[in-house]
Design a protein. Sequence first.
Length: 204
Amino acid sequence: MATDSHKLVYYTRHDVKVTEKCSFILPKKPAAILRSLLGKSEDLVKVTFDTKNAYFEFDGNILICRLQEGTYPAYRSVIPKNNPNKLVINRVALLNAVKRVAVCSNQSTSHIKLSLSFNKLVISASDTNFSMSAHETLDCTYEGDEMHIGFKSTFLAEILNNLPYEEVSIELSDPTRAGLILAAGETDPEEVICSLLMPIRIPS
């Protein structure tokens, strides 16, 4: 699980062997190094840790990472439980549309608006300083109330770009609460990726 207070990703695997329930906080820099190294390896990884360091053993090497002190944020309380509004859409189509429309957003905020109605999604953005605007309409499957919700385009694109799914489901409760981005359709039963993105206030 990782968060920067604007977005959160919760990753679960059910095929991991552990001796007991435990946790530790890994800082961003060693996590990035670990991601780069593991991307080149197909070896099993053995993870151990003590009060100060975590040890990752793979490919005959040991990566030692200094742990971050303190208590991790109480993230479970911010994950919305009841989300009656559900959008299902092709991940790549949504990602590309977000990138295209975001070109006309205010470059200091990168805000875009998602307008949802029955089986239709309209993505729009504008920059009044340069008299620019753009909108794009996408086919989708949407069930729920008509809704307008704002997101920071760079955050939404980052989440979509790192998901391995063909289709994604975006579950919403209302425009002021976080959206959940999940896999749509059949996925690996051993792996669950849940992303949460906080909305931004958009002009009415």
